[in-house]
Design a protein around this ligand. Structure first.
Ligand SMILES: *Cc1c(COP(=O)(O)O)cnc(C)c1O
Length: 468
């Protein structure tokens, strides 16, 4: 063979692909998913060249579309709706600002998140403050700034009462409720339980206080909830509680906050059907929730009371499919059991959600060779660092980019500073340009918070002999 031919037809390792009993047939199993060569029109290879690999890439267009769609779906069906943005799902400042520009309030669960929302310019009165751990200092600030306080337990209630008394104010408050919807696991560790009477007792305590008044009810019944009946049940239970608490304590409920939980189009491990088949649309969620809420609040009109405002605290459903993660192949390995594996440069340090999703993982071009069942490992020195246990992929040369998605929910907040630097996070803006939202870390960033005691500042003895 001359060199000319060699270049055209590369030698490929012959492969045998076992077709296991019970699996798909060779026609079904042998294809890999389609390729993803560009994100909002920007070629993946260009992104990697400019910003490195691994690389998180947002789509501004997609994020705005998602928020608007949920907002439209609910506002078309219920007169007064407030959309909250769950900070812990992704609190990169630019991402939060897109949500806020679209009219979303901030939903925060810690002093850090509260301070972040304020530093981004969100006024206190547009902050929904959840979470079991609000210290006196942050509560004092939140009371002063008029944040919506969602009480999680009796100790917080007592602390808040003290803070309100010191401030000389009557503070409107919301209690977080938990109960059995019949369709979700009861998250009984958060808030006050309805069935046991705890929630009513908390309402009584509040009504006896000179400094607190109950004006809102909150609950968040789960995450990735694909069962619409969980929401209809939640709304009915909350409305029934609203009626009984108003009657028992003479309060007036102004809003019902149903939390988040809408599913995104990601494939949960162990779920057979693809997300397109099991994840309800924004319109379906809205219909289930708004219809039930309208029905349950009909008689309020007759009593001369307003229907409560509906507050949403969506996270995952808004942001998940607006971000992807580009990774590159570092190595190919044959495992002793015959399976093929590849090592890529993004692991669970960046992709916490790989624990429960089968993320889609696509090459950027069609590659020669037979697709084979492959295990995809991250770069950590840690056995559990697996991105996909089993996926059909073609032979991949080292350096080959792959696109993982959706990754927008919970990865930029739950990522670990472990072993590797965290990479650039960029966004393709609505004009097709690319902006950096969070710069890659370096040694300086990683060691910024460390302090070196004087007596440890000279670690390496000059006299140590090199005996190797
Ligand atoms: C996490 C959280 C949300 C957002 O949940 P998603 O499932 O991502 O929509 C909303 N409200 C509260 C109180 C939360 O803790």
């Amino acid at each position: 063979m001359n060199n000319e031919n060699r270049r055209e037809k590369k030698w490929q390792r012959p492969t045998l692909t076992p077709h296991r009993a019970g699996g798909l047939n060779k026609f079904g199993a042998n294809r890999y998913e389609s390729v993803r060569d560009a994100i909002d029109g920007v070629p993946v290879t260009e992104l990697v060249k400019e910003y490195g690999s691994p690389l998180f890439v947002f789509s501004e267009r997609r994020l705005r579309e998602n928020v608007r769609r949920v907002k439209r779906a609910f506002s078309a069906r219920y007169p007064n709706v407030i959309q909250g943005w769950s900070y812990k799902t992704n609190y990169i400042g630019a991402v939060c600002n897109i949500l806020h520009q679209e009219g979303a309030w901030a939903e925060v669960v810690s002093d850090f998140e509260y301070e972040k929302a304020r530093s981004l310019g969100v006024p206190g009165e547009f902050i929904l403050f959840n979470g079991p751990n609000k210290n006196r200092k942050i509560l004092t600030r939140a009371v002063d700034e008029g944040a919506k306080l969602h009480i999680d337990h009796l100790d917080e209630l007592a602390l808040l009462e003290e803070v309100a008394r010191e401030a000389g104010k009557v503070v409107p408050v919301t209690i977080r409720l938990n109960f059995d919807t019949g369709y979700t696991e009861a998250w009984s560790r958060f808030g006050f339980n309805i069935e046991s009477g705890q929630a009513m007792e908390a309402a009584q305590r509040i009504s006896q206080s000179e400094h607190l008044k109950l004006t809102g009810l909150h609950s968040h019944v789960g995450t990735f909830v694909t069962e619409l009946r969980a929401y209809t049940s939640q709304v009915r239970i909350m409305c029934a509680f609203m009626e009984s608490v108003e009657e028992a304590t003479d309060c007036l409920i102004e809003y019902i906050d149903i939390g988040g939980g809408f599913a995104s189009h990601n494939a949960l491990q162990g779920v057979y059907l693809p997300p397109e088949e099991i994840v309800p649309s924004a319109e379906q969620y809205a219909e289930a929730i708004c219809d039930t809420l309208l029905e349950a609040t009909n008689q309020r009109e007759a009593q001369g009371k307003n229907r409560p405002t509906l507050v949403l605290e969506s996270g995952r459903a808004l942001v998940d499919d607006a971000e992807e993660l580009i990774t590159s192949v570092v190595a190919n390995k044959r495992l002793p059991d015959g399976r093929r594996s590849v090592v890529v440069d993004a692991g669970i340090n960046l992709l916490f959600t790989a624990f429960w999703y089968n993320h889609s993982l696509k090459p950027t071009r069609y590659l020669d060779g037979v697709p084979e069942e492959t295990v995809v490992y991250g770069p950590m020195c840690m056995n559990i660092d697996v991105i996909r246990q089993s996926i059909m992929l073609p032979p991949l040369p080292t350096g080959e980019p792959l696109v993982i998605g959706p990754v927008g929910a919970y990865n930029n907040t739950q990522w670990m500073q472990f072993i590797e630097y965290r990479p650039n996070v960029v966004m393709v803006n609505e004009h097709g340009g690319v902006d950096v939202l969070r710069a890659a870390e370096n040694l300086e960033v990683m060691t910024q918070q460390e302090r070196m005691p004087e007596h440890l500042s000279q670690p390496f003895p000059n006299s140590l002999p090199n005996t190797l």
